[in-house]
Design a protein around this ligand. Structure first.
Ligand code: TRP
Length: 366
């Protein structure tokens, strides 16, 4: 479909497998709120991808059920506004299941095997030895259904999701080639800078992940945040005495400061320096202790997290309203995705019961 005359539509989503953390926040949530408030998009849709979460949690549906509300609360607390953004639940959108099934025929198993993100996940989850669920193997196809069902033009995601968007584009191109121009070709939008793209865990080893215990969650209380930073955050192992020169490479405190601090934070909490560059120079020269740096980081993060926490507390006290938001958003999404499915069925010539025109065709056969 022509992109110039196209409405600008966003679709993105998360698997509800846990509360959202600072990695999600800098990598994606903050951007979504900016996009939402930019007024540049005709539609913004966010999908809580519970079906996708089930592809590797088949024996643990309770976890998904509980985390639906956690993720919804995280969305609302960072400023996603249900009046501007449609928040919906994947499993309640039957059109997505139908589209997935049709798109399966447009993808080879060889192509699915080459998806680098899925490959890495198969290793991480031990599916290589235990046996690989077909549903998990094929989830990129279901993600293509998510994206195309909303006619999304823009898909804001983390870097690890680029292979999914690439596969979606291939499916769209193949579908349109076989059945005529029907689906909208989406584009990925990834975070601008490196730190936003992959905020390391507090241990500095990898991305934040629940199983590694290296996360700071948006819903953590101040004591927990402080404990993660003071107790676990990796700095410079060679920086033993304050006078020693410090190193910035791999120093998580500075990585987080890169991601979160502004000059205004210095004026407020650490007026010895005008900005982060001055602080870094002092650290590298020697004479600036890790304790001071960590204390500053805690202040910076608290400034960001305190309003989110307060907003979360408000919604948490009103779960009924959150339920209504999800129900209403999902009802809207049902309509939208059913419209796309009808268009797809028509293009595929399986729209038998939309009218009786096929009766005439069938009669001609005899
Ligand atoms: N795969 C995404 C993740 O793991 C979640 C997701 C599901 C998604 N459907 C989507 C992201 C559609 C963007 C668009 O984070």
């Amino acid at each position: 479909m022509e992109e110039k005359t196209q409405k600008q539509i966003i679709l993105t989503g998360d698997r509800p497998t846990g509360r959202l953390h600072l990695g999600h926040y800098v990598g994606s949530l903050k951007r979504r709120v900016e996009l939402q408030n930019s007024g540049k998009f005709d539609e913004i849709n966010i999908l809580i991808a519970d079906d996708q979460a089930l592809t590797d949690n088949v024996d643990n549906p309770g976890k998904i059920r509980d985390n639906m509300i956690q993720v919804a609360l995280d969305y609302l607390s960072v400023g996603l506004d249900p009046n501007k953004t449609t928040i919906c639940v994947q499993s309640a959108l039957p059109a997505l299941h139908a589209l997935t099934f049709y798109y399966m025929n447009l993808v080879t198993t060889a192509r699915l095997s080459r998806n680098p993100t899925v490959k890495a996940e198969i290793q991480m989850r031990g599916f290589a030895d235990e046996g690989l669920p077909a549903g998990f193997f094929a989830y990129p196809v279901s993600q293509a259904a998510d994206i195309t069902a909303f006619d999304a033009t823009v898909v804001p995601v983390g870097e690890d999701q680029l292979p999914m968007i690439e596969q979606t584009r291939e499916i769209v191109e193949k579908f349109n080639k076989i059945y005529g121009e029907t689906l909208v070709l989406p584009k990925a939008m990834i975070p601008e800078n490196e730190t936003q793209r992959r905020l390391p865990g507090v241990d500095g080893k990898a991305k934040m992940s629940k199983s590694l215990g290296n996360c700071i969650y948006l819903s953590d209380d101040p004591k927990t945040v402080k404990k993660q930073i003071n107790g676990k955050m990796f700095t410079d192992p060679q920086h033993l005495r304050i006078e020693d020169p410090g190193h910035l490479e791999g120093n998580v405190v500075f990585t987080y400061l890169d991601a979160f601090c502004t000059d205004a934070h210095f004026a407020e909490f650490l007026p010895e320096y005008a900005n982060l560059d001055e602080m870094k120079t002092h650290y590298q020269r020697g004479g600036l202790g890790d304790g001071t740096c960590k204390k500053f980081l805690i202040n910076v993060l608290e400034e960001e997290l305190a309003p989110i926490r307060a907003e979360r507390a408000k919604w948490q006290a009103d779960i009924d309203s959150v339920y209504d938001i999800l129900r209403d958003g999902t009802a809207k999404a049902v309509e939208k995705t059913n419209t796309t499915l009808a268009r797809v069925r028509k293009a595929m010539r399986i729209d038998y019961f939309d009218d009786r025109s096929i009766v005439k065709e069938w009669k001609k056969l005899f």
